[in-house]
Design a protein around this ligand. Structure first.
Ligand code: GLN
Length: 197
């Protein structure tokens, strides 16, 4: 499996490492022509306004929109903000995941915290750094984890969005979840391709 990590700003290396540890071929992506060869893509955390600016400068946004309509994308923190169909108080960015997101919902950098969240009956550590939360989800979007009454992990078909930073802990469960989605999506594409032939 070949997974790209959008490498414009933010926690790029940590995602490349987490994916490699699980046996995926992980490559940093800076240009649209790299997307064609990928089975899935990660949009890392960082600063969504800065990533958006760099994305526009690299003429990547439309390509990421097309990619995310077809293949699995995992957005963490700022990456979730970029993926969301609606961002409270500002214009959406890629806008393909059917969730409404609010930025900086857990306070400032100094208020960063780590807590356990339960995902599919499994307890995992979650690091929150100036994190957003998912205020509401559209039909067919699965809520996978909450902190209090706030949604922090959700899946919209082949799109996964996470408010915290799974790349900063040793627990790889969320990445395993994403790689399962990539595998499933690749075999579904292969099957529909074979039906055409
Ligand atoms: N607060 C950042 C933003 O709005 C996201 C923080 C993060 O990715 N850790 O883009």
């Amino acid at each position: 499996m070949k997974i790209g990590v959008v490498a414009l700003q933010g926690a790029v290396t940590e995602h490349l490492t987490a994916l490699s540890v699980l046996g995926a071929e992980a490559i940093p992506v800076k240009e649209a022509n790299q997307l064609r060869e990928l089975d899935g893509l990660v949009l890392p955390g960082g600063e969504s306004t800065a990533i958006r600016r760099l994305m526009d400068a690299a003429q990547l946004r439309e390509h990421l929109q097309l990619f995310s309509r077809e293949k699995p994308v995992f957005g963490t923190c700022a990456g979730l903000i970029l993926l969301a169909k609606e961002v409270i108080g500002e214009e959406a960015h890629i806008g393909t995941m059917n969730v409404v997101v609010e930025r900086n919902s857990f306070g400032r950098q100094i208020d960063s915290f780590i807590t356990d969240v339960t995902v599919q009956e499994r307890k995992i550590p979650a690091v929150f750094i100036r994190a957003p939360h998912i205020q509401s989800v559209g039909n067919n979007v699965e809520v996978l984890a909450t902190v209090g009454d706030r949604i922090v992990l959700a899946r919209d078909g082949h799109l996964l969005g996470c408010a915290f930073h799974p790349e900063l802990t040793e627990d790889r469960y969320i990445f395993e979840l994403f790689l399962e989605m990539v595998k499933k999506s690749a075999s579904a594409r292969l099957a529909s391709h074979e039906n055409v032939l």
